[in-house]
Design a protein around this ligand. Sequence first.
Ligand code: 5GP
Length: 192
Amino acid sequence: MELLEQRILKDGVVKAGNVLKVDSFLNHQIDIGLMNEIGKEFKRLFSDIEITKIFTIEASGIAIAAITAQYFGVPLVFAKKSRSINLEGSVYSTRIESFTHKRVYDVIVSKKYLSEDDKVLVIDDFLANGCAADGLIDLIDESGAALQGVGIVIEKGFQDGGRRLREKGIRVESLAIVDSMDDATGEIVFRH
Ligand code: 5GP
């Protein structure tokens, strides 16, 4: 997505440890005009499949997924990071290792909001090692819902997540794929 790539080149900052900071338009301050174009593009890319729920994880995924859900005309459900696994059996739960925060979260979603009748599109801001996506897919599997695809705003193609998901036969559509980036020069190279 040309508009997104241009914005990453203009405002993205490459940090040590393979982290791309996009706080000025995606992860802290949010450019709603750009989110709108992103939502439209996900709708175009997944227009051939039935979707009943958009599914993401708090916090950064929510804004993107909300605008995307509006284009699909379906609810957005987000998985919550939880301090304690609910033992009453009213939630599906899994564990996710955070790439940016280097810690493990318990993640839950209420059984009320994902069911075997659902056809789910996962949306997230970044795909790196794929731990967040794996966790969301675990929750979908537990619920018996069907995973229809994964839509990612920025995939870091030099990390393993995208390849692993695609090898499992999962349809992954990334709006920008970073092939390499260099924190010394600030250079970012996209895959086309
Ligand atoms: P993964 O679970 O695929 O390793 O990482 C995905 C999650 O980590 C995303 O939801 C995102 O919040 C965060 N993340 C991974 N890499 C980056 C990065 O380079 N920049 C930012 N801002 N977040 C990242």
